[in-house]
Every structure is written in C-alpha cells, then in structure tokens.
Write a protein that binds this ligand. Structure first.
Ligand code: GLN
Length: 490
C-alpha cells in the first residue's frame, strides 16, 4: 500500500502518469486526498463540503475503465474540486451565501459535464467570498479560508478555497471563476498557477452568475502544464451559453511540448508605478531578467486607461450583479424568511436575512447605477470607457505578444486588514480587472516569495484566444523555476 504523502504532493500530470504505470489506483489517489483534507482542512477551511462516497465511487469507476482499457482521457481518475458556484448534479451549491444554504444543483454545469466525460473524479465544494464578491474569502457566510503559507493571512479571493486547496495539497486541481481577478489574485497569494481564459472560451452554463459579461471559469494547479490540460478539457463552444465562442479548442497540453521560441513581452508602465510592494517588485524584476536571459525582448508599453479600470468595473459588475441576483427572491432557489407576512416581505426579509453585507452593498450600488436618472452618468459612461480600455490592449498587442505584470500589488494580507475598508479591498484588484473588462486571457504564475515567506505571482496577459502562446510563455518560465511546486508546512 502506497503512503498518502507520496500521492498528495503530485501534480495532475504526475498522478495521471502514476495511474498509467499502475503505481496506484484512482481509488487510492482519491483516498489519499480525502485523508489529506481530514488532516489539514480544519486549519485551512478550503472546503465547504465534500461527498466522500460519491468521489470514491467515481474513482472506482475510473479504475474499472482502466482495467478494461476504456480510458476517457488524461484526467481519468484525477480529482478536481469545484468552487461552490459551479453546479454538480445532486451536490450543494451555496455560493458561500446563507441564502443558498439548502440548495442542491439539479443539473451539471457544462464544465462539470466535460470533466465527468474526461473521467475526472469531480468533488469537493470550495469556499469563496459570497457570490464571488471579494478578494479575501472573508465575505464567506461560512467563515474564511486561511492561507496555507501563513494561517493568519487571507488566501485571496474570491476563489480562495480553490487556490488554498491546491496549495495545501488537498486536491491536485480545482476550478474557480474570475470576474475581476478571482482566479489570478488568489493563485498569486497562495503560490499556485491560476488562469482566466478568454471570455467565451469556457461555457458559463451552470455557473452561479455574478457579472455575466465578465465571468469566466478557469483552472488552478501547481504547474502551467496542468492548467493547460485542465483548460483543454473544460473549453469549447456550448449551445447552452450564447456567449461561448464557436472557435475550435487547440490542444493546449500538446502545444507546450515543442520548443518554445522567445517573443516580445510588454511591461505596462502604469502597472509598475507606486503602490507595489518591494518584495513583489523584486520577484518581478527577477522574472523579467529570467525572460531576458532566455532571449525574450522586453518593451515598455502604456495602458493609459488602467486607472479607470477599478471604477469602471465597480459600475458594470455591480449593475450586472444587481440584475443577476434578483433571482434569489425567497421563492425560487432560496430559503424563505420565517418572518414574512406578505409578498413584499418574502422578497425583502428573505434577501435581507440571506445576503451578507458586501452582496447587499453591490446590489444597491448596481441598482443605483442602472436607475433611470443615473444610467447615462454611470452605466453608459462605464461601458464607453470599457471600450477605451479594450482599445488600449489592442494597441499594445500590435507591438508585443504578451504583457507581463504583477498579479497583485502585495503578497497575502492579514485578516481584517482591508475588510473594514471596501475601497482598499477593491484596489487590490487593480492589476487583474482590466483583463476581464477587455475579455482577455490572463494567467498568474508563481514567481517567488517575500522576505517573510509569502508567495508572489506574476501575471501574463495575452490577446483574445491566444491561450496557446500565453501558456507557452508561462510554461517556459514555470518548467524551470517551479515555484508552484514548493509546499507549505501544515
Ligand atoms: N475582487 C473582485 C470583486 O470583488 C473580483 C471578484 C471576482 O473576480 N469574482 O468583485
């Protein structure tokens, strides 16, 4: 019998190879991760729930397929956890909100269907900021997730459970969602890889919507190679999501295998200004030097509308959220207030009791920005500015192949440090938000540690649907530097 510790540190690819070589079964792998969850998750609290029986059953089906040589793909038998906004039939989906405490998904999200078709052991519901609104998981109604590198600090958010679970080696792979940085920022703070695909690359069907013109589902992993494999499985056009793009899915994992030609990387001067922590700057400088040594050409570029991205985002995202969250009305999906005495009460009391402070703040802000007297001044102007932000990127990509920036201005901050000041929390997304507004793919790759041992990430941003080259550039660095393979002591 193989020891658990020989399994839970492995990447998805290594697990897949170990399964192929018969070193262990999928059931053993799944058990090793379940044991690991039991061992460390009372400290980390990455999981809101997991269905042990269901996961073990899936793993046994995978083992049966393997013994009859009927494998479904490279992820067959490999566990993948889901942020608790992604539907999996019969499983809870709380969005870390009280209002969905008792909800169970009646159907699979398209990404879940794709994972199951690929043979993955899909299981584990991962913590987040309520309805993905936040940057620290402090807005979860079920208590925050802790950063595996330092339990006094946040894992980032909103997909903090998805990033912490991979960092804590509680699962090799997870999915999160990214509306303004919610995959890349927590990946950066937890020292793992996280990727937001191009808007339209991955179906949003079955994702509890936050801001539909910005939301994308994407992978977390220890390595870029794993992220590529997982992205390949979940990507593709879906008739159930009218915004998913009818473009063929390249073999992302395959394209990393060949020789990678150095190219031209842009360094936006607006991203390297004041506000960046010294440790972050040092790690970024080293990553830039690494690329230069490999023959990559660096070029200073300008994205002049960067400073507008946070305000524009908080008009558009809240507007869409106020509309999307109207469905949680005390009648469908949700728990209903016991105090409701009439129809209006059903709405207002159920929502009043069910939503947390940040969600209420966003719904109110969004409804305000959309109201007839203010629509032109806020929503319409934000949409026009969004076009300017996209144009900035178009101009940049006429000069460079990808853009290199920090992912987050600071390493993981302490609990409570920003939670009383929404604006300072909102500003922690300054480097990630414009990518969503422009619909572009972005990846955060671990690139070092601060003096006090906290992980630091760099972000690479590419042109729309250029995931292949983006992943190659990221992999070129990651396969040699391997900061995502470092493991916290828990
Ligand atoms: N932190 C940002 C927000 O609170 C982004 C969240 C996200 O990407 N889901 O809106």
């Amino acid at each position: 019998m193989i020891d658990d510790s020989e399994i839970f540190s492995l990447t998805g690819l290594e697990i897949s190879e170990g399964l192929a070589q018969g070193n262990f079964s999928s059931e053993e792998v799944t058990l090793a991760f379940l044991n690991r969850i039991k061992e460390v998750d009372q400290k980390v609290h990455a999981f809101l729930s997991y269905d042990e029986e269901d996961m073990l059953e899936q793993s046994r089906f995978s083992d049966q397929r393997r013994s009859s040589s009927n494998l479904l793909g490279p992820l067959d038998g490999v566990p993948v956890g889901l942020k608790d906004v992604i539907s999996a039939k019969g499983q809870p989906l709380t969005a870390a909100s009280k209002i969905l405490e008792n909800y169970r998904s009646p159907y699979d999200a398209t990404v879940t269907v794709k994972l199951k078709k690929a043979g993955a052991v899909v299981g584990g519901r991962l913590n987040l900021d309520e309805f993905a609104m936040g940057s620290s998981t402090e807005n979860s109604a079920y208590g925050p997730t802790r950063n595996p590198w330092n339990l006094e600090r946040v894992p980032g958010g909103s997909s903090g459970g998805s990033s912490a679970a991979v960092a804590a080696r509680e699962t090799p792979l997870t999915l999160g969602s990214d509306t303004g940085g919610s995959i890349r920022q927590p990946a950066s703070l937890c020292g793992v890889v996280g990727m937001k695909p191009t808007y339209g690359r991955v179906s949003r069907y079955g994702l509890a919507a936050f801001a539909s013109s910005l939301d994308q589902i994407g992978p977390f992993s220890q390595t870029v190679e794993d992220a590529a494999q997982l992205l390949e499985v979940i990507s593709g056009h879906d008739p159930l999501d009218s915004t998913s793009f009818p473009t063929p899915v390249p073999k992302f994992a395959e394209c990393l295998k060949g020789k990678i030609e150095p190219c031209k990387l842009g360094l936006p001067k607006e991203f390297f200004g004041p506000g960046m922590d010294d440790d972050v700057r040092d790690s970024l400088d080293q990553a830039i030097q690494w690329y230069e040594k490999k023959g990559y050409q660096m070029m200073e570029i300008s994205l002049p509308t960067t400073e507008l991205s946070v305000p524009v985002y908080y008009v558009i995202a809240t507007a869409e959220a106020s509309s999307n969250l109207a469905r949680y009305d005390g009648i469908r999906y949700t728990s209903r207030s016991d105090l409701a005495e009439n129809a209006i009460d059903v709405y207002s009391k159920s929502r009043g009791e069910g939503f947390g402070e940040e969600v209420k703040r966003r719904c109110i802000l969004g409804a305000y920005g959309l109201s007839s007297g203010y629509y032109d001044a806020y929503y319409l102007r934000a949409q026009k500015t969004r076009t300017l932000i996209r144009n900035d990127f178009d101009k940049a990509f006429a000069q460079v192949d990808a853009i290199l920036t920090p992912t987050s201005p600071t390493p993981a901050f302490k609990f409570g440090e920003k939670s009383d000041d929404p604006i300072s929390m909102y500003l922690s997304d300054i480097y990630t938000i414009s990518t969503n507004l422009a619909g572009l793919p972005g990846i955060s790759v671990p690139c070092g540690f601060s003096e006090n041992g906290l992980p630091i990430g760099m972000q690479l941003i590419g042109p729309a649907f250029a995931e292949e080259s983006l992943l190659s550039i990221a992999h070129d660095y990651d396969r040699e530097c391997q900061f995502g393979r470092k493991q916290p002591n828990l």
